[in-house]
Design a protein around this ligand. Structure first.
Ligand SMILES: *[C@@H]1O[C@H](CO)[C@@H](O)[C@H](O)[C@H]1NC(C)=O
Ligand SMILES: *[C@@H]1O[C@H](CO)[C@@H](O)[C@H](O)[C@H]1NC(C)=O
Length: 531
């Protein structure tokens, strides 16, 4: 046996105590519940303009504490098998891969084809009955953060080792530690997947000394299209760059499932026919390493979508075998040295900053007048002014958006602090006092949540409420979904308190669309219809 002592401990942790799995899962749901309750209380506060929000939080807090005790007792009796099924039954095995709005066979039956069957179709995949989706047969509690970022249980993901090893991804070299574990990366200096070199190379290509300068240079958010095993994002996250993975729906070897299993931000997204669920001007960098998108097809409409998502002055990083960029259908001129993608990028005011090996870096213009001074023929037009206000998931468009937006501010011209300036808040129509009040509410709410949850979060590293969190952070909460994120105040509170957890900020479509404000703070977020 070559595993170390602590390793042995980790192995034993998931074994022989199935009820613990249930308890932990339930408590994670419980945290989500708190977030919902908290959010709704704060929005009620906003609408009635109550004068003492903090007192209200304390009241909620007391109620939550009682609720927690009740829930705990109930969960314990559930898990010990005393009262198995209450209202909801476990789903059958056929629904183990169930993802709402994604069911390829149902989409095919409904007549979608040409790649659209892999897209999001909520109407056709709705199922009439409710049940609890089962975890995989050999499911084990993920290792704690941050070790769980680099080592996962292979039974938790639908992927075989052969699939891993056969993968053509950039980050394919990985280490198999134990029979039932997969390791991606080791923090102690080993660069097993080359991702650190790659990240440094990109930093140098945009003129930085090293990748630790990304944040300082204004690169705070990255959209990683087709993230493979998520290692690039894991590395950037460790440099405080919020990197969100998006990949198509896949039943086996799902990139999104892998990233989430590692505790990294990810969501299923597919640009075959519809836009991604973000407003224009959202990301500082969009990255694609052999992400499987045929960039020069459909008249460049996918590049236009990337342009829509990029902030002015933002970067598009494409790593792809050069041969694939040559000779596509975008119509490179005969005798021209430019590849179709390069030629199209000029038409949309991107400049090629650098090319090394198989990696290209373009920068989107930060000057609106660039678009009016374009001279070649066949240019994508600018979108109509009211276009940006539309909800997301619109059909892909071939017009340039965002140019008339108040949010058209060069990425390099942003204020460098973590807090938005009052000018930046004004762009979103938010009063600094409202914003500050929201910040304070969530700061105190997080303190309360944390002390409430402390006995659970740190159950195997006991600490008293109020003590500093033990180092390295052993808390079991790697991420939080804020189901009604409003201004992103809970996220800001987590960052301010230096908790090692990130927040997925969800803005329900029925509320004011604050997603642009959330993204402009450098947070992860999506617009979503919970119904
Ligand atoms: C997908 O749809 C098909 C056909 O409607 C159905 O038989 C199947 O159970 C669905 N799969 C899941 C995982 O819901
Ligand atoms: C950025 O700031 C500089 C100096 O204040 C200004 O001259 C320039 O126009 C700004 N660029 C954009 C795109 O806002």
């Amino acid at each position: 046996m070559r595993s170390s002592g602590s390793h042995q401990q980790l192995l034993n942790f998931g074994r022989g105590r199935p009820p613990l799995n249930w308890l932990l899962l339930c408590f994670i749901s419980f945290l989500a519940l708190i977030v919902i309750l908290g959010s709704s209380s704060s929005s009620t506060l906003n609408s009635i303009g109550s004068s003492s929000p903090v007192a209200d939080i304390y009241k909620n807090y007391r109620r939550l504490k009682e609720q927690a005790t009740n829930d705990f007792l109930e969960i314990r009796s559930l898990s010990s098998g005393l009262s198995r099924s209450r209202e909801l039954e476990l789903c059958g095995k056929e629904r183990e891969n169930y993802v709402p709005c994604y069911n390829v066979s149902a989409s095919v039956l409904a007549g979608f084809n040409d790649g659209e069957e892999f897209g999001r179709h909520c109407d056709v995949s709705r199922v009439g009955y409710r049940c609890l989706v089962r975890p995989p047969k050999d499911y084990k509690i993920p290792l704690r953060w941050p070790s769980g970022r680099d080592v996962i249980w292979s039974g938790n993901v639908k992927i075989t080792k052969d699939q891993f090893l056969a993968s053509g991804s950039l980050t394919k070299r990985l280490m198999l530690l134990e029979e039932n574990q997969i390791a991606f990366h080791s923090e102690d200096g080993m660069n097993i997947d080359g991702v650190k070199d790659y990240s440094r190379q990109i930093a140098e290509m945009i003129g930085l000394g090293s990748d630790s300068d990304f944040v300082q240079a204004g690169v705070r958010t990255v959209l990683d299209i087709g993230c493979g095993f998520g290692s690039f994002g894991a590395h950037l996250l460790s440099l405080n760059v919020m990197t969100v993975c998006t990949a198509a729906y896949e039943v086996f070897g799902s990139q999104v499932q892998l990233a989430l299993e590692r505790g990294l931000p990810a969501f299923i997204g597919n640009f075959n026919s519809r836009q991604l669920p973000f407003p224009p001007l959202s990301f500082d960098m969009v990255h694609c390493a052999q992400c499987g998108i045929d960039w020069d097809s459909k008249g460049g409409v996918f590049l236009v979508e990337v342009d829509r998502l990029l902030k002015p002055g933002g970067f598009f990083v494409l790593t792809s075998p050069t041969s694939k960029l040559l000779g596509g259908s975008l119509g490179a001129k005969k005798g021209s040295m430019l590849t179709p993608v390069e030629e199209f990028s000029e038409k949309i005011c991107w400049s090629l900053l650098a090319q090394q090996d198989e990696t290209f870096v373009w920068q989107k213009t930060s000057e609106v007048h660039c678009y009016t001074s374009r001279k070649q023929g066949g240019l994508p037009p600018l979108c109509k002014e009211d276009y940006d206000a539309q909800a997301y998931y619109q059909p892909l468009q071939s017009c340039i958006s965002g140019t008339t937006s108040n949010r058209w501010v060069s990425m390099q011209n942003r204020s460098s602090g973590l807090q938005l300036s009052s000018t930046e808040l004004a762009v979103h129509g938010v009063h600094p006092e409202d914003f500050l009040e929201d910040t304070q509410i969530w700061r105190s709410a997080l303190r309360n949540y944390w002390s409430l949850l402390t006995p659970l979060i740190f159950s195997d590293h006991p600490k008293r409420p109020g003590d500093e969190d033990p180092l390295p952070p052993f808390n079991m909460i790697r991420n939080v979904m804020d189901m009604n994120a409003h201004y992103g105040g809970l996220n800001a509170a987590f960052m301010e308190a230096e908790k090692s957890a990130w927040v997925m900020n969800v803005v329900p479509i029925k509320t004011t669309n604050t997603l642009p404000l959330i993204l402009d703070q450098g947070f992860a977020g999506v617009l979503h219809d919970w119904m």
